[in-house]
Write a protein that binds this ligand. Structure first.
Ligand code: PEP
Length: 247
């Protein structure tokens, strides 16, 4: 069997429903400080900013992503955005199945799988989010839950070049709480063993910040981070990228 190349390190910033035109200054500052990062760096602003951020980051090494897409390529879906539209606006990636979308919009893993197929059809890399709730962890069901999400959210054809997996415990997002290093390592090892491609990039998300980034990147099997709150400011996200570079 040929050797699998190591997963590409990735720091992805999820701006969620934050960011106006004035905040493009943060993206410009990040690009200026990390002109040619040796790790993948991705910003996922709200859809309203993708085109303008693409212009602001032109010539930089920072890629752009959407935060969701529809499973259809186009049509009568008021308020939705297709993967082709994201690509047309300048995105190369799209976050799919974030727990906030699963909670706010009732998204199922089957819908995530359909969206991932749509992302591939548009040439986008899908970042598929998985993670257990606090109650699921407390009752010892973490691996069952993420295993089912993995099996149901990734259709046939997922591999390292078209898919990234983000392990995001729901209770760690925006809470300031993170799992222990052993808990993260256990889930990442499980996901690596069950992923369709062992070379897939596997990132952790949930309250990553400049103070804990180095410790999280030192955990076996962690290839980077999906960062929410701390990606809004260039100084904070820049410090996380710097920690990833030296990890
Ligand atoms: C996220 O939104 O994916 C996330 C991890 O948020 P935060 O870093 O703010 O916990």
């Amino acid at each position: 069997m040929p050797d699998t190349p190591p997963p590409r390190k990735l720091a992805a910033g999820n701006w969620k429903m934050n960011g106006l035109g004035a905040d493009l200054a943060e993206a410009r500052a990040l690009a200026a400080a990390h002109a040619a990062p040796e790790v993948g760096v991705l910003l996922c602003p709200p859809a309203t900013l993708i085109s303008r951020m693409a212009e602001a980051l032109a010539g930089s090494a920072i890629a752009l992503g959407g935060q969701d897409c529809h499973a259809a390529a186009k049509g009568a879906h008021t308020g939705d955005i297709s993967a082709h539209m994201l690509a047309d606006a300048g995105a190369s990636h799209v976050i799919l199945g974030h727990s906030e979308r699963r909670a706010d919009h009732g998204e199922t893993s089957a819908q995530v799988a359909a969206k991932l197929r749509a992302a591939w059809a548009a040439g986008l890399v899908g970042i598929v989010c998985l993670g257990e709730s606090e109650q699921e962890r407390a009752t010892g069901r973490t691996l069952d839950v993420v295993g089912a999400q993995l099996a149901q959210s990734l259709p046939e054809g997922a591999h390292a070049a078209n898919t990234v997996i983000a392990y995001e415990p729901v209770w760690a997002i925006g809470s300031g709480h993170t799992p222990s290093a052993g808990e993260i390592a256990e889930v990442h090892a499980f996901l690596r063993a069950h992923a369709p491609d062992p070379g897939i990039t596997l990132i952790y998300g949930g309250s990553v910040n400049p103070a804990n980034a180095a410790d999280i990147f030192a955990i076996e099997g962690v290839d980077g981070a999906l960062v929410g709150g701390a990606s809004l400011k260039a100084a904070d996200f820049g410090a996380i990228i710097a920690a990833l570079r030296v990890s």
